[in-house]
Each structure stands twice: as C-alpha cells, then as structure tokens.
Design a protein around this ligand. Structure first.
Ligand code: ATP
Ligand code: MG
Length: 253
C-alpha cells in the first residue's frame, strides 16, 4: 500500500502454530533495522473443524472403486497399478492429461507471445531428478499448484530445510509474502522455530517496495549469523532458540 514515500503500511497476518513467534522475530529485526514500515496486524486464525467419516462411508466408496475397476477387467495390485490420481484424471504415466492439458495449452500460448524468453517443457519426474543432480540447470519453473507444492518442499530440503525458504505472490494491485513452510505444530510455542524463511520473505517484500538498502542490510545480517554458526536453530543443527538467533541478527544490525 502507498509504496511512494514516508512510512508504509503493511498488513501482517501472524496466523497460528509458529506463526506468532516468527512474526514477532521479523518485527523485532525490522525495528532494529529502522525499516520505515507500520505493521497492521490482522488475526485470521482459522477455526479447525474435523470431519468424521463413518466407517460405512469408507467401505462403500472402496467397494464402488473396486467394482468399477473389475468392470473394465482391471486387476489391482497396489496403488501404482490402480492409478491413484492418474487413474481418475489422467491416462498415461506422469502427467494428468485432463487438468494439465489446459495448463499446458495456456502456458504454450503465453510462451509464443514472449519469444525472447526461452521456453522448455519437462515432465515432473525429470525435473525432480535434474533438480537434485544439477539444480543450476533451471531458472524459472512454472507448474500447477500440486506439483509446485511438492517440488518446492524438495528444493527446500536441498538448501537446508523449510526454515529457510521464502516466497512471494505478486499481483497487479498488491503482493503477498510468506514462508514456504506451514504452521509446524510439532514445535509451536516452544521458541524453537527458525524465523529465516519468514524474514527472507519480508526481505523480498522490501525489495518489491523498493526499500533495497534495508533489504540488503537485513539479509546480510541474517546470512552472517547463519554462516558464523554460533546461534543456529535446531533445524540447522544448532541449539539456539528462535529468540537467540533473532537477537544475534538484531545485534549485527
Ligand atoms: P501445516 O499443516 O500447517 O502445513 P505441517 O505439519 O505440514 O503443518 P510444516 O510447517 O509444513 O508442518 O512443517 C513440516 C516440518 O518442518 C515440521 O517437522 C516442522 O517442525 C518443520 N518446520 C517447518 N517450518 C519450520 C521452521 N520455520 N523452523 C524449524 N522447523 C520448521
Ligand atoms: Mg505442511
């Protein structure tokens, strides 16, 4: 909002799980760096609803599935053979023809409009293999949500885990920045979370808002802290609390 001059207002959604602790860490670091931002915190904590499916429901749908397969003479020997998602939505191997087909057509159309951008189509299994063996092969990857969800977690694992990876969604009228990880309920409320993912998301936001000097300064302090290795959180093999790691970054700033 109003990226032009003076103090900018940013909506902050701490969420649940480790959200509040890592949000507080980011706010503290931003204060230490004197970032000209005014936070507007919004509580959108969802009410978790659990749906109980009666056993009979599960059984009848399983039977339905099996009878359908036997009707077309299909012998089931486990998931891969029965198709899983592929069986219902796709036809061949590692692509969902129905849903991916539309996606692919749209991307090809778009690629034609921008011939100056080199365009290449790859199957997801190939991308996974290459990503592990030679990640430098790729630059920008475009794919449907489910594939991106899985691949981004794999990439996070390659560079040190979910505690490190930021993300950003840029639109025409605004942008949203968030860590790639979820609520990490197993470590929530214990001051154990690594706030780097959210911090780097916030750094990405600063660059989007053209506050590059602040972005560079904060990023440098965070990277130095990680490189020194004295105040690492558990996910990076250290023993420091989220607050200790945060304080070290603030001290550097
Ligand atoms: P959700 O349903 O909200 O996605 P989840 O159970 O899938 O929650 P994730 O947040 O996706 O949990 O985390 C997966 C694993 O990675 C958990 O063991 C969690 O503790 C760890 N993890 C995630 N984020 C962080 C973080 N910032 N710092 C340290 N560990 C993390
Ligand atoms: Mg998750």
């Amino acid at each position: 909002r109003s990226y032009s001059s003076g103090t900018k207002k940013v909506t902050l959604i701490p969420g649940d799980g480790i959200g509040p602790e890592i949000s507080a860490a980011v706010q503290k670091i931003f204060t230490a760096a004197n970032v000209p931002i005014e936070w507007e915190a919004v509580d959108v904590t969802p009410v978790r609803v659990s749906v109980v499916i009666p056993p009979s429901g599960i059984i009848s749908s399983t039977c339905h599935f099996k009878s359908k397969l036997s009707a077309i003479g299909f012998e089931a020997h486990g998931r891969l053979t029965t198709g899983g998602n592929y069986g219902r939505l796709g036809r061949l191997a590692n692509i969902m023809r129905m849903s991916d087909g539309l996606f692919l057509r749209c991307v090809r159309d778009m690629a034609q409009k921008f011939p100056e951008i080199q365009f290449e189509e790859k199957y997801l299994d190939t991308v996974c293999l290459n990503m592990v063996q030679n990640p430098g092969k790729y630059d920008v990857l475009v794919m449907p949500n489910l594939y991106g969800d899985i691949l981004s977690d794999m990439c996070a694992g390659l560079v040190g885990g979910l505690g490190l990876t930021p993300s950003g969604n840029m639109g025409l009228n605004g942008a949203l920045f968030e860590s790639v990880h979820g609520t990490a309920p197993d470590i929530a409320g214990k001051d154990l979370a690594n706030p780097t993912a959210l911090l780097l998301s916030a750094v990405m936001m600063l660059r989007h808002m053209e506050l590059n000097t602040y972005a560079d300064k904060i990023e440098r302090a965070a990277f130095e802290t990680i490189k020194e290795g004295k105040y690492l959180t558990g996910d990076l093999g250290g023993r420091a609390k989220c607050s200790e790691f945060t304080n070290e970054i603030c001290a550097k700033l």
